[in-house]
Design a protein around this ligand. Structure first.
Ligand SMILES: [Zn+2]
Length: 462
């Protein structure tokens, strides 16, 4: 059978796969901050991947989205087959910048040590997308065809907002493909090492800044203190009214659209939490009172939250400042709508200020929460593939974070998005010493190969 031959091919050629990933992580394809796009490295990484996909046997090319931006890598079988479903694999080849200190090695040397590859992007997301590239290569090498029409859609702007990919999708960039049956995203983490995980949901986000205008310029507090409104005072009072003493969010209607998962799904999460009950381990912190009817894991995955990230206003001088500002965000869960939450937040905060105060909001960005139904026909094949890939029964999880492009992908393909992550929460994404376990690379490659087969069989049956 082609799958077992492909799994054997993956094992036999594993060191070559590691070497290829080392080449990829050695390209500093930074898309954020001062080093963004330096020396054409982003384009170099895109070209490297297109070349690898072409060498595997796919028709691969670089695509410039409407309005420009970092190139997309698009690859698909040269002769798509009408009888098999179309599956999109999404990944991103861009990476965050690196810190000057804290790394145990050059972040772009691709050091293999202690069973891991140490490099910026090793786990987020080059190593994870590489698992799919090499799985496709293995299947094509042993069988000549893929069990599905596999479309690679790799972007270079995930770390800076996915602008090019969003424009490409909204302009109908995938329109000339056969209808997409499913999109696979490997850009998430596993619940724990050795615990293959299918991520059924991610939280959405509303991120904004509120600015309060005070006097036209900073004023001496010995002359004007107590006479005129101090924007710092107004702002902290307004922000404090967002929560009650337990931390419950006080914005009217904020919780109205929150939909809890089915009792079956929730019971699974509760059982999982029993395995690792202390989410705050190692931090030396005690949890906030929060919502006592929900466990810590449920608060992370199933409940919305609101955080004030930054406060700015005045200086350490004795003035009544001219301006105060706060940056804050809400994490959203199904079925909260970002636009509605943004409106609720703004109108609640505005009402906390005197009518004469000038209060402004923005800039804002938002992403809807995403969730996949436990009974969706793509869930069972993904679980079987993870079982085969990692040799252990997979678990169902959610994530507290957000992947904004997931909603755009789902909306533009009309197909479910499967989050099958091969990284670990301890891989140190975006920080120093990012690394990716070679065991996870191997498990990821095996899972990807099995997943294409399982999806072909399951979707073919529906
Ligand atoms: Zn990522």
């Amino acid at each position: 059978m082609a799958l077992s031959e492909a799994l054997q091919y993956i094992d036999t050629h594993f060191q070559r796969s590691v070497a290829g990933l080392q080449e990829l992580v050695r390209i500093p394809s930074i898309s954020t901050g001062a080093d963004a796009g330096a020396d054409g490295q982003v384009a170099r990484a895109a070209q490297f991947l297109a070349d690898q996909l072409a060498a595997a046997g796919l028709a691969a090319r670089l695509v410039t989205a409407p309005g420009g931006g970092n190139p997309l890598v698009l690859a698909h079988p040269a002769a798509p087959r009408a009888a098999v479903p179309t599956v999109v694999v999404y990944g991103h080849y861009d990476v965050q910048g690196v810190e000057a200190v804290g790394w145990r090695c050059d972040p772009f040397a691709g050091l293999e040590l202690e069973g891991c590859l140490w490099a910026r992007g090793a786990s987020d997301d080059k190593g994870q997308l590489w698992a799919h590239v090499k799985a496709a290569e293995a299947l094509l090498a042993v069988d000549g065809v893929l069990p599905v029409n596999l479309v690679f859609l790799l972007e270079g702007e995930e770390e800076c907002g996915s602008g090019a990919l969003s424009r490409f999708l909204q302009a109908g960039g995938l329109a000339d493909l056969a209808p997409v049956a499913c999109t696979v995203v490997s850009d998430t983490g596993m619940y724990a090492p050795g615990r293959p995980s299918l991520t059924l949901g991610l939280r959405g986000i509303v991120f904004t800044t509120v600015t309060v205008q005070g006097p036209p310029q900073d004023l001496h507090s010995g002359l004007y203190g107590g006479l005129v409104a101090n924007p710092n005072h107004l702002l902290v009072r307004a922000l404090a009214s967002l929560f009650d003493d337990s931390g419950r969010i006080q914005i009217p209607g904020f919780y109205d659209d929150v939909r809890l998962p089915s009792p079956r799904e929730r019971a699974g999460y509760q059982a999982l939490e029993q395995e690792a009950p202390d989410l705050l381990a190692g931090l030396g912190l005690t949890p906030t009172p929060g919502e006592p009817e929900f466990s810590l894991l449920e608060r992370r995955w199933l409940r919305p939250s609101l955080d004030i990230h930054a406060l700015r206003g005045g200086s350490a001088r004795t003035v009544v400042p001219a301006q105060a500002a706060a940056t804050l965000s809400c994490r959203l869960v199904p079925d909260q709508q970002p636009a509605r939450v943004q409106a609720q937040l703004e109108s609640f905060l505005r009402a906390q200020f005197p009518a004469t105060t000038r209060v402004e909001f923005g800039p804002a960005h938002a992403a809807a929460p995403y969730t996949l139904d436990l009974d969706d026909p793509v869930v069972a094949p993904a679980l079987r593939a993870l079982q085969l890939g990692f040799g252990r029964e997979p678990v169902l999880v959610r994530e507290g974070g957000s992947i904004p492009i997931s909603g755009t992908l789902a909306a533009n393909t009309g197909a479910p998005v499967l989050f099958v992550g091969f990284g670990q929460l301890t891989d140190n994404w975006h920080g120093p010493n990012e690394h990716f376990s070679l065991a996870d690379l191997r498990g990821g490659m095996r899972t990807a190969a099995a997943l294409y087969y399982e999806l072909a069989a399951a979707i073919g049956r529906c």
